[in-house]
Design a protein around this ligand. Structure first.
Ligand code: HGY
Ligand code: MN
Ligand code: MN
Ligand code: MN
Length: 419
C-alpha cells in the first residue's frame, strides 16, 4: 500500500475495546483475591465457574467446544477450508493464589474478542480458528507450570500429569474429574497450523520505554528444582548448639546460595525460592525437615545448566558441612525457545499497520507458547503492564493496552489463517 493511498479496509480492522474490557472485568469477578486480584487456582470451583462462563461465551459466539483429557478447552470457529489445520489463539484462565486479573486471561479473552470481531465483520478466514484455554498454566496448585501444554507437546505423560498432587494430596486427575472437565479427546490429537498467544509482559520494559507492543522473539529457559533437607528434630532450648542438625538453617544457607548464583549471572540470570515448607514448623522444635523449590531462569541454555550445576555443588557442600541429608529432584525444565520468524514478522507488520509502536523482547516468564513451539510454529504478543508487576494482586493494564494487543492478535491471526 503506498503512503498516499488510504489504508485498505482490512488494514484498519479494529476490535471493540469496551466489549473486551467488560469481559475481562466479568471474568475477574470469579475467584476474587483478598486485595483486588484473583485467587482462581486450577481445577478449583472458581476455575470451574470461569470455564463455564468461557464456554457460554464461546457458544454465544457460535464456536464448537471440545475438551481434551487434560481439561484444556478448544473453541473452534470453522474456516472456509474445513480440511485446513486451524490457527490456535490461546492462553490460560487459571491464576496464582495471589494473582492478577490479566495474566493469561487477556490471552484467552483477547482471542475470544478476535472471534467476536470476525463475526461482527462477517469475515470467514480460510483456516479454522481455535480459541484455547490451557489447564494449569501456573503450576501453583499442581506443579509443574504449563503442565497441560507440556503433555500436548509430549514433554510429560498423561498419567504422570494425572498423578500430580496438591498440598492436600489431591491429584490433578481426580480434580479434573470432580469439576467435570476431564475430556475424552486424546491430548495432542488436535493439530494446529500455528499458535499465537497474547500475554501481558509481566516485566517493566514496554511501559518504561513507552512501547505499545512486545514482539516476543524468545522465551527464556526455566528450571524448577526441589531440594529436601533432613536434619534432626530436637528441643530449641535444651539442645546445645554444636549438637544441632538444623534443616531450617540449611535451607536458609541454600536459599542465600540461590541468590548469589543468580547475581553472578545477572542481569539475565534470575533465581529465587518461592515455596518453602519447614517441618514440624513448631516454634520450639529445631526443624527436622525443609522442602523448597528453586526457580532458575536464563535465556542461554549453557548458562542455565551452569547455574543448576553450581546449585547442586553448593547445596551438597552445605549439607555435608551441616550433617544434613540432601535430596534434589527435578520438578520441571524447559530450554530457551526461539519463536517462529514468519509469525514474528506478521506481528511486527500488524503493529506497524495499526500504528502501534513495537519492539522485540524476550519473555522472562514461561508460557504455554513455550511448549507449543516444540510442535507447531508459535509466537507471542506482549502488552505492557503497570510497573511491570505480575503474580501480585495489584497487577494492572489499561484498556488501551488490552485493545492494542488484541488488535495485533486479530491482524496476525487473519494474516496466518488467510482469507
Ligand atoms: O512461571 C511462569 O513463568 C508462568 O507464569 N507460569
Ligand atoms: Mn501467564
Ligand atoms: Mn503467571
Ligand atoms: Mn502462559
Amino acid at each position: 500500500m503506498s503512503a498516499s493511498s488510504p489504508p485498505a479496509p482490512r488494514d484498519n480492522l479494529r476490535i471493540r475495546g469496551e466489549r473486551l474490557w467488560d469481559s475481562l472485568m466479568e471474568m475477574a469477578a470469579i475467584g476474587p483475591g483478598l486485595r483486588g486480584g484473583n485467587n482462581r487456582q486450577t481445577l478449583t470451583d472458581s476455575d470451574r465457574e470461569a470455564r463455564l462462563l468461557f464456554a457460554r461465551w464461546c457458544e454465544e459466539a457460535g464456536l464448537t467446544l471440545a475438551v481434551d483429557q487434560m481439561g484444556t478447552m478448544f473453541a473452534r470457529r470453522e474456516g472456509a477450508d474445513p480440511d485446513a489445520l486451524p490457527v490456535m489463539l490461546g492462553s490460560h484462565l487459571d491464576t496464582q493464589p495471589t494473582g492478577g486479573r490479566f495474566d493469561g486471561v487477556l490471552g484467552v479473552l483477547g482471542a475470544l474478542e478476535v472471534v467476536r470481531t470476525l463475526n461482527d465483520l462477517g469475515i470467514r478466514t480460510r483456516r479454522p480458528i481455535e480459541v484455547v484455554n490451557w489447564t494449569d498454566e501456573e503450576g501453583a496448585r499442581f506443579a509443574p507450570a504449563m503442565v497441560a501444554s507440556g503433555v500436548y507437546a509430549g514433554a510429560y505423560g498423561l498419567d504422570w500429569a494425572y498423578g500430580r498432587t496438591d498440598a492436600e494430596g489431591k491429584t490433578l486427575g481426580a480434580e479434573l474429574e470432580r469439576i467435570g472437565f476431564k475430556g475424552e479427546e486424546p491430548v495432542g490429537a488436535r493439530k494446529a497450523h500455528a499458535y499465537l498467544e497474547l500475554h501481558i509482559e509481566q516485566g517493566p520494559i514496554l511501559e518504561d520505554e513507552g512501547i505499545d507492543i512486545g514482539v516476543v522473539t524468545h522465551g527464556q529457559g526455566l528450571r524448577w528444582i526441589e531440594v529436601t533437607l533432613t536434619g534432626k528434630e530436637a528441643h530449641t532450648g535444651s539442645t546445645p548448639m554444636p549438637k544441632r542438625v538444623n534443616a531450617g538453617l540449611g535451607a536458609a544457607r541454600i536459599i542465600e546460595l540461590v541468590d548469589r548464583i543468580a547475581w553472578s549471572h545477572a542481569p539475565l540470570g534470575v533465581g529465587a525460592v518461592g515455596r518453602l515448607d519447614i517441618s514440624p514448623n513448631s516454634r520450639n522444635i529445631i526443624p527436622g525437615k525443609a522442602v523448597f523449590t528453586v526457580d532458575f531462569r536464563h535465556p542461554d541454555l549453557a548458562v542455565l545448566r551452569a547455574m543448576e550445576a553450581e546449585l547442586r555443588e553448593g547445596a551438597a557442600a552445605i549439607a555435608q558441612e551441616m550433617g544434613l541429608g540432601l535430596a534434589i529432584d527435578d520438578v520441571q525444565g524447559f530450554d530457551p525457545v526461539a519463536f517462529d520468524p514468519a509469525l514474528l514478522e506478521s506481528i511486527r507488520d500488524a503493529a506497524g499497520r495499526l500504528g502501534y509502536s513495537h519492539r522485540d523482547i524476550v519473555s522472562g516468564a514461561g508460557h504455554d507458547a513455550c511448549w507449543m513451539n516444540k510442535v507447531v510454529p508459535s509466537a507471542m504478543i506482549f502488552c505492557p503492564c503497570v510497573d511491570g508487576l505480575s503474580h501480585n494482586e495489584d497487577e494492572a493494564i489499561t484498556p488501551e493496552w488490552a485493545a492494542a494487543g488484541t488488535e495485533v492478535l486479530l491482524h496476525a491471526a487473519i494474516e496466518t489463517a488467510g482469507i
